[in-house]
Design a protein around this ligand. Sequence first.
Ligand SMILES: CC(C)(COP(=O)(O)OP(=O)(O)OC[C@H]1O[C@@H](n2cnc3c(N)ncnc32)[C@H](O)[C@@H]1OP(=O)(O)O)[C@@H](O)C(=O)NCCC(=O)NCCS
Length: 188
Amino acid sequence: MIDSEILPTIDAPRVALRWLTDADASSLFSIFSDPEVMRYWSSPPLADIEGARGLLADIHEYFRQQTLFQWGIARRTDDMVIGTCTLFHIDLSNRRAELGYALGRDHWKNGYMQEALGAILGFSFDILNMHRIEADVDPRNISSVKTLERLGFQREGYLRERWLVGGEIQDALFYGLLRREWQSSRLA
Ligand SMILES: CC(C)(COP(=O)(O)OP(=O)(O)OC[C@H]1O[C@@H](n2cnc3c(N)ncnc32)[C@H](O)[C@@H]1OP(=O)(O)O)[C@@H](O)C(=O)NCCC(=O)NCCS
């Protein structure tokens, strides 16, 4: 599906979506060890830098298997990774994938994720030829809900008690964005 050794870089106005390397382990650790960032994530916060190295190894392995694509969101000014965007549950026969995303807390409320996800959606529909992109979000995760709805995602379902994370049962809101909706929102 992606015929190269690493993920292609995708440009957005203030950030670039790029391949993550070993040099990004400490940035990944600072993002994914923060309990506030991980509050509604599907796994607990990273405990140590080894956890970040393990995460990187998984990202590279899943890319090799072409089952999950996780880009670093790098600030254009200094190339520092401030978050990640992921396409996972990639299903080529049905031309769909699920979207995941996280930003370091210091970078919230600047519109960086909106830019990054806009670029990933363009890549998903135009280059990967996806028909549908999905997202699963905790109903209490208001910032994430707003981010999806700003991008045109439609609320499609409410799944009760879908997750059990750190001993807490969590509900899920399911969102979807169709190719034609994305294309018409770009023309508007
Ligand atoms: C979900 C998450 C990425 C949203 O971050 P965010 O910074 O609120 O999202 P965006 O980048 O889309 O920024 C939009 C906000 O920036 C504001 N903003 C400020 N400057 C802006 C600019 N130049 N352009 C656009 N928006 C701007 C917007 O008004 C908006 O604020 P609002 O939501 O209060 O209206 C973040 O909360 C996060 O990483 N959470 C933890 C991980 C997580 O839960 N991931 C989702 C799992 S489903």
